[in-house]
Design a protein around this ligand. Structure first.
Ligand code: TRP
Ligand code: SF4
Length: 408
């Protein structure tokens, strides 16, 4: 259903995203998310935060979410090119406003919405070694919704797996606006506006509105909107009220965000599986160059290439996946030809990858350097970001409390 408010004049150019503090970030994080975060800074007002409470939803007994992990991750962000002058960097747990919004949203959120989030049953199945039948784990997409809505973010860059969380955020916002965005006599006021239209237009409007609300038909929405636009008797406020009535919402207090699916590069782990610390197949962003060399040299290759003279098939080789990310067309041609004709050996094939990773790491190491020698600087960046975020979060909470009637 189209629930964008009319007119769509409001600029919602804020981007928000978060990451769990799970220790040193690896190349998979960089190519899968961070690189994109860096790019987005040029176009949007970016808010990036350390999702430490989120880490607790699954790792509540580990107490591994220590300060060090948090600041290490921020250093990796800065190393990657997140610019604290452009982006707002902060820590979730420093802003209790997130928890307040989470609590208030929880009151009206149907349990079924959370139970049907795909990752819920999935993760419980997959992470069998943990007891995830907790209230916090079930509620975690709602906490994420609060993270997003509290900054009225327009766009949320997320991977496929997180898309349902943005979807539920949209539903939660819609419901909130529906429940609290209308005055007590909203319908009455809206009907009074309909009466200002000509009799036939009013009738046509009501018919289209009903059709839209029952079927979600975009054509009916467009018809009804055309009638609003065409009616000369209506003030701007009348039109807005009517549009909200039409869409079945009230005033927009919490705007609905959009998932931002920008193209990201998929870099698998050293063994071809998803790169993940728990699989032990990672290269850290700030991995020691000698270690990079050692790890890549030990990567498995096409299992059919037992001897140097056996031709191979790049499609079944994880090294080829790395070439796809790191090598130019010439090198890629050299790999395919050399591999399939047994013209090159696997160690030879790996060398350009090793060189490319080392080269990629250079600016990261350079940028991280001053922060490592002066951790206070990192703390300060987070301090400033947290206060910036707090200003926005407080303002939203003021609107939210007022809308719910909590302003005594
Ligand atoms: N749930 C995300 C993850 O596990 C992290 C996250 C928390 C997030 N809140 C967010 C991402 C808000 C985007 C927007 O990776
Ligand atoms: Fe993999 Fe390269 Fe060896 Fe072919 S030559 S199997 S692509 S490492």
């Amino acid at each position: 259903m189209n629930t964008e408010p009319l007119p769509p004049g409001q600029q919602r150019a804020r981007v928000l995203s978060g990451m769990r503090p799970t220790g040193a970030l690896h190349l998979g994080h960089y190519h899968g998310a961070l690189k994109n975060w860096v790019r987005l800074q040029a176009e949007y007002d970016c808010f990036y935060f350390v999702a430490d409470w989120h880490a607790l939803t699954t790792h509540y007994e580990d107490r591994e979410i220590i300060e060090r992990n948090v600041y290490d991750m921020v250093i990796d962000w800065l190393a990657a090119g997140i610019d604290p002058e452009k982006s707002t960097i902060f820590i979730q747990s420093r802003l209790p406003e997130h928890a307040e919004l989470f609590t208030l949203l929880a009151m009206g959120t149907p349990l079924a919405w959370l139970e049907r989030v795909p990752s819920y049953k999935d993760q419980i199945e997959k992470l069998k070694d943990r007891d995830l039948s907790t209230y916090g784990f079930l509620g975690y997409p709602l906490l994420q919704a609060a993270d997003i809505l509290i900054y009225k973010a327009g766009f949320v860059p997320v991977g496929e797996d997180q898309a349902p969380h943005v979807e539920i955020t949209r539903e939660v916002a819609r419901r909130f606006n529906h429940l609290y965005g209308r005055e007590a006599n909203f319908e009455e006021l809206a009907l009074a506006v309909v009466k200002k239209m000509s009799k036939s237009d009013g009738k046509a409007f009501e018919a289209s509105r009903k059709a839209y609300q029952q079927t979600g038909s975009e054509a009916s929405l467009a018809q009804a909107r055309a009638l609003i636009v065409a009616s000369g008797a209506l003030s701007q406020a009348d039109r807005e009220r009517l549009d909200a009535y039409l869409r079945g919402t009230g005033k927009t207090i919490l705007p609905e965000p959009l998932a931002l699916h920008t193209e990201v590069t998929k870099l698998p782990g050293l063994d071809g599986e998803k790169m993940s610390k728990s699989y032990g197949n990672t290269i850290a962003m700030r991995e020691d160059p000698a270690e990079v060399e050692r790890k890549v040299r030990r990567m498995p290759t096409d299992p059919a290439r037992v001897h140097r003279n056996d031709p191979g098939n790049p499609e079944v080789c994880p090294v080829w996946q790395f070439h796809k990310v790191y090598s130019n067309a010439d090198t890629q041609t050299w790999v395919v030809k050399g591999c399939t004709t047994a013209g090159i050996g696997c160690l030879e094939c790996k060398q350009p990858v090793i060189d490319a990773i080392k080269k990629e790491q250079e600016p990261w190491r350079e940028r991280a350097e001053p922060y490592l020698t002066n951790p206070k600087h990192v703390h300060w960046i987070v301090e400033v970001g947290t206060e910036r975020a707090r200003t926005v979060a407080r303002e939203t909470m003021r609107d939210v409390r007022e809308a719910i009637g909590l302003r005594y």
